[in-house]
Design a protein around this ligand. Sequence first.
Ligand code: IPD
Ligand code: CA
Ligand code: CA
Length: 268
Amino acid sequence: MQSTRKSAIINVIERAARKAARGLARDFGEVEQLQVSRKGPADFVTAADLKAEQVLREELTKARPKFSFLLEEQGEIAGEDEHNCWIVDPLDGTTNFLHGIPHFAISIAHQRDGEIIAAAVYEPVHDEFFWAERGIGAYLNDQRLRVSGRTVLAESLIATGLPFKGHDPEPRYFQTLQAMVQEVAGVRRFGSAALDLAYLAAGRYDGFWEFGLEPWDIAGGLLLVREAGGMVSDFDGRTNVLASGNILASNEKLHNDLAQLLKKALAG
Ligand code: IPD
Ligand code: CA
Ligand code: CA
């Protein structure tokens, strides 16, 4: 496999992600101890999440002082430079983290004039640093990534996100799930949209769909998928998925079949 030297912006992202991840890893170790207490680790995890976001904000600001931010917890922060923005989810997969399940990540995307041009999703437990730069490619550590080559739905493994309490329920979701399970080899709910997209970019599975995601859930992952040769759209085929939050991502060969399947399910 081909490897490449990381650019300055990817190095900035990596340094920030690794620093924040050290705190998250320590806190993840604590969560197991807290599981057994009656109150549980919920407040502790909220604090871990906020701490990670603060570390990311500080590190990214140190490297690029004028950039703006869209942070999951702190929201929009206008910088002197309105053209360049960091879109950050400090902990994607919070529910996994809270339950001691080692499947969570930090997602950081650099958006310039509305386009994501550099991004990373870092999964600290297995030290998997997924990163991409527009026009350069997508990588896992220093290995070039390609989406899977599967062409047949019946052989494909598809990831999704289920609705959950406290999140506006999308009633039509179950129509799409029912249609999907009848056509594909398997459906998985891993609990981190950022990693769902990173795994898709790595060819670990073949497609992903979810309703109602936020920009910080998907901004990093969508560049990974596109740079790994995959396609990302909403359910109507539009490519500006950050606006709608409804996302269908897959390799190029399956995209049309999956889009048709969802369209039919949503109409029915
Ligand atoms: C969540 C995860 C999950 C997805 C949810 C997101 P969080 O993000 O990405 O997979 O189904 O819609 O909110 O809350 O863990 O950052
Ligand atoms: Ca998230
Ligand atoms: Ca989060």
